[in-house]
Design a protein around this ligand. Sequence first.
Ligand SMILES: [Zn+2]
Length: 418
Amino acid sequence: MDTVLKNIALIDGTGRTPIEEAILAIRDGIVLYAGPASGWSDISEVITLDLSGQFVLPGLIDAHVHLAGSGEVDSQFRAEDGDMALKILSNAQKNLAAGITTVRDLGGWNELEFAVREWIKRGEFAGPRMCLAGRFISITEAGADYYEGMYRAADGVDEVRKAVREQVKHGADLIKIGVTGAVLVENGVPGATHFNEDEIRALVDEAKKFDRRVAAHAHGADGIRKALQAGVHTVEHGTYLYQDPSAIQWMAEHEIFLVPTLKVGWDIIQANDANIPEWILEKNKATQGEAELSLKMAYEAGVAIAMGSDVGTPLNVHGENGLEIYWMGQAGMSPMDAIVAATGNAARALGWEAWMGTLQAGKVADLIVLDSNPLDDLRLLADKQHLQFVMKDGQIAACHAGSDLPSELFAEHLLLIK
Ligand SMILES: [Zn+2]
């Protein structure tokens, strides 16, 4: 039985102009047709949903999350392993119910996220697609104690290679490296380079052997430069990137993605929450303007941008990820480009673009349906009042209580949008 969504406004994730009066047809979880109604000929054996006045987009892809964190004010994610596995699952489900059908986790906890991914894949639980880095590979530093279940400290070329092998062995889809210091580590200096050049090169080289991409946590310009020269695929945060226009140029020419993570800083600064430790507040205030400037310059230079909300970090809760798209718009991206950063471009950042990320024939039918046009206000992408339902693999994975959608389309485990 095929499914046809008709009378939709289609924003397909490629960046092209929305198609009014479009048709989207799905067979066996895959998009069969997506385009103007005029190009579609009817088929029999079909469930038709008339979605007049509604907007259909690819399911959103968040390229930087921490499923182990729930927005704890002090950024302390800790829990016993049993609790943590359930916390990771619960956070994963909050993503799916908010229309984030794919997450890339860049630092989990005791590698418990691998088991959660497996149980979701097997169909035991509802959940998003998960692209997992496992542990965050760092030098010996304070962060490795603060985030003890998330980090894997490795010093020297041999140890770095071993750390990559461990993560690959345990199930990592990609490798995360902490090239510079961090904002969310008390005495961390974001501008300071941590790994030496030979260590970064060895890490990327080792990851390449196993066909794994590398995501580089990098704030400082020196660290960014060394990461780029070593051949990483994405630069996370990129706070001080603006200081080096030649690095920006290099990223544009080699399609190295910038994942700016603006939402966490705004959440912390705007909340004015007395429970936020002073050092977290001050460090975010100090860097937010620079992070925005770096995104603006990179965007204008043609650097590929992927959306990453860094959800899990202080006050930055799962399910509100879509606000990152709004903040990217506020920093100067066009609404359409900001949406592409969370769909087609994010898929490219993961290396998964051949089969997902846009609503085109042959891609998986992961999609969201909104009752209003997100191009008019990007905040709609994080507003569950406007989110009608979520499909993953062509099945309804989340909808509102009392919705009159055909139950034949429900996934085995259906989440409520609340
Ligand atoms: Zn992060």
